[in-house]
Design a protein around this ligand. Structure first.
Ligand SMILES: Nc1ncnc2c1ncn2[C@@H]1O[C@H](COP(=O)(O)OP(=O)(O)OP(=O)(O)O)[C@@H](O)[C@H]1O
Ligand SMILES: CC(C)(CO)[C@@H](O)C(=O)[O-]
Ligand code: BAL
Length: 281
């Protein structure tokens, strides 16, 4: 695997692949890699001839008081994992390369970015959209892969790609979970034993609510029950909501739906989501 930190070298490497008409996939990450990221890499390898993974802890998507300074950074371990997984190129820009002095632009994706994560983390999706647009222009991949764990992020990127005419296929990869159901996340390492055990309430509460709703149960009651379960487990709940699949528009009982939630346990903010499978007719 090649590791590249300079934009000029990245352009040369990608241009050489283009000359051979190879199909290039990009997996954008913030590092501290786990099996969730590796599922994106595997999907990338299945769908492309060459795989680029970027690692950049993007300051512009962190709000004041968030965990930018503590966010786990593990360059060597990440590099070994990516080499073992057959990744071709690791793109490791620094903050100066991404945001040189005088950088003064931002991408705002409309309605889909404004509720839920957008409302709880003001400016977050502007930071995500801006850095992802830059990564798209730097690597010019044929496809890019994102996890369903960050469900709203996936919807925001899809909308940006449509609205701004990026010629890039966006592939969403299902959420990878621990054996007890907790979604893999770089932030799980913040959880000490007791909080880690309590955290399983998040996927469980969503699973129970999704089953209730799929069987025709009362939607507000199911959401309230999930919220109560989370609070009893020690979570401070930001939101538990039901939305239309893919677009996150307001819930429509006739359309496929998804439950989305964000909650903090012992100061660690976790997000999760689950599909509401249509019940028997
Ligand atoms: N459990 C998972 N299953 C599938 N994809 C995932 C999972 N966790 C992260 N991803 C995806 O990996 C990509 C990079 O995510 P990121 O580096 O922020 O990791 P993360 O574990 O989500 O970290 P964080 O703790 O910041 O949420 C994103 O597209 C994200 O959706
Ligand atoms: C897409 C992303 C790499 C942009 O910084 C980040 O939001 C993430 O890791 O999900
Ligand atoms: N995986 C989303 C990145 C973030 O929380 O900033």
């Amino acid at each position: 695997m090649q590791t590249i930190r300079q934009l000029t070298q990245l352009r040369e490497a990608v241009a050489a692949w283009r000359a051979e008409q190879l199909r290039v996939a990009l997996v954008p990450t913030m590092g501290a890699l786990h099996d969730g990221h590796m599922a994106l890499v595997e999907a990338a390898r299945r769908n492309a001839d060459r795989v680029v993974v970027s690692i950049f802890v993007n300051p512009r998507q962190f709000g004041a008081g968030e965990d930018l300074d503590h966010y786990p950074r593990r360059e060597q371990a990440d590099s070994r994992m990516l080499t073992d997984a057959g990744v071709d190129l690791l793109w490791l820009p620094d903050a100066e390369t991404m945001y040189p002095a005088g950088f003064d632009s931002s991408i705002h994706v409309g309605t889909v970015s404004e509720g839920y994560e957008g409302a709880n983390r003001p400016g977050h999706f502007d930071g995500v959209a801006t850095v992802v647009a830059k990564l798209f222009n730097q690597v010019s991949p044929d496809l890019a892969l994102f996890g369903e764990k960050d469900y709203q992020q996936l919807a925001v990127i899809r909308k940006m790609v449509i609205d701004l005419d990026f010629m890039i296929d966006i592939i969403g990869v299902p959420t990878q979970r621990e054996d007890d159901g907790l979604a893999l996340s770089s932030r799980n390492i913040y959880l000490v034993d007791e909080d880690r055990q309590a955290a399983v309430a998040l996927p469980r509460a969503l699973g129970i609510a999704a089953r209730d709703i799929a069987r025709g149960g009362d939607v507000p009651a199911a959401l309230a029950q999930a919220r109560e379960t989370l609070e009893k487990a020690g979570f401070d709940v930001d939101y538990v909501e039901i939305v239309k699949e893919s677009t996150l528009e307001p819930h429509d009982p006739e359309a496929p739906s998804r439950l989305i939630a964000a909650a903090k346990i012992a100061g660690t903010r976790l997000i999760d989501n689950i599909v509401v499978e249509p019940g028997p007719a």
